[in-house]
Design a protein around this ligand. Structure first.
Ligand SMILES: NC(=O)c1ccc[n+]([C@@H]2O[C@H](COP(=O)([O-])OP(=O)(O)OC[C@H]3O[C@@H](n4cnc5c(N)ncnc54)[C@H](OP(=O)(O)O)[C@@H]3O)[C@@H](O)[C@H]2O)c1
Length: 276
């Protein structure tokens, strides 16, 4: 299903689901602001890692929807993130639910007793993890291999797990990467339609990957726009606007994930993203 391409990858057009409410950049790129849901499920972030209450999470997700955010990124290893997203989804009409693009991952898992994540990529645990995500979220639009390495991406277990995902109706498969070798391998595989990686002014190693992914019709999803929040407090600090200006200048079509769990910050980030 996902196998090495023998020739250069064919140019595929972006699937219609991928970019709802896109912003058209001066360079003619299409970008959407998506919401990353790590902080609603487990302690996360630079300045305040408190996990918000269920009521705060509900209000955050309602605010995101009202603003026009339609791309949500979660993972089973983000503590109770999928569960909380599931509770929010149950409040939506079928039409509103269908307007969302939901992305999750498998490969990193959550140990509720130890309250910490662990990584395992055997077929059985990947399939069980995916069953849990489907049970919580219903239809999943994109599934990314989490904690990718080249060895894992090439493994028979992952190949079987992707086939299983396809059999469940998940047609958009890909990887979340943090090293260039994994990114390179993912770009060379047929069947990869989404690639996630960090991108911000202090972490630019994936700029070329982003360009090549877009040329191949692969949806680019960037995380850590503020370096987990740390760049906003660096000396000199990065402003929200400068972070988004940097991303909007980059040569890709895709989704920029903001990782806030605060309604006030979400408003600030939405305004800053749309201002540039
Ligand atoms: N695949 C992976 O391996 C991977 C790795 C990392 C992240 N991700 C995904 O990418 C998403 C985004 O990454 P990230 O969380 O690192 O993003 P980020 O936006 O770089 O950092 C989030 C941190 O910045 C703070 N922040 C956000 N907006 C702010 C504002 N306007 N003013 C002050 N502080 C602000 C947040 O605090 P508040 O919550 O208090 O606003 C939080 O501490 C994650 O949620 C997750 O979905 C994936």
């Amino acid at each position: 299903m996902i196998e090495p391409s023998t020739q250069s990858a064919p140019v595929r057009s972006l699937p219609r689901w991928s970019l709802r409410n896109p912003l058209f950049t001066p360079a003619g790129r299409r970008l959407s602001l998506g919401l990353g849901l790590i902080g609603i499920g487990k302690p996360w972030g630079h300045s305040d890692d408190t996990v918000p209450s269920e009521k705060q999470v509900r209000e955050l997700l309602e605010t995101a929807f009202t603003l026009g955010i339609r791309y949500l990124d979660t993972a089973p290893s983000y503590g109770v993130s999928e569960q909380r997203l599931s509770e929010f989804l149950s409040t939506l009409t079928p039409a509103k639910r269908a307007s969302l693009t939901l992305a999750t991952k498998f490969g990193e898992h959550w140990n509720p007793d130890r309250q910490e994540p662990f990584v395992e990529h055997s077929y059985d645990i990947l399939a069980r993890s995916l069953d849990g995500s489907v049970k919580r979220l219903g239809h999943i639009d994109l599934l990314q291999l989490h904690k990718t390495t080249p060895e894992v991406l090439r493994s028979r277990d992952v190949e079987r797990a992707f086939l299983y995902a396809r059999s469940l109706g998940i047609s958009n498969l890909g990887a979340s990467v943090s090293d260039l070798d994994s990114a390179e391998l993912a770009l060379s595989l047929h069947g990869v339609s989404v690639l996630q990686f960090p991108l911000n002014p202090a972490s630019q190693q994936f700029v070329e990957t982003a360009r090549r992914a877009t040329e191949s019709g692969i949806l680019v999803v960037t995380n850590r726009p503020f370096g987990m929040g740390g760049l906003l407090y660096a000396e000199p600090p990065l402003t929200h606007q400068a972070a988004f200006e940097f991303l909007i200048r980059q040569p890709f079509d895709g989704v920029v994930l903001t990782g806030t769990k605060s309604i006030r910050h979400l408003h600030e980030n939405w305004a800053a993203f749309n201002a540039v």
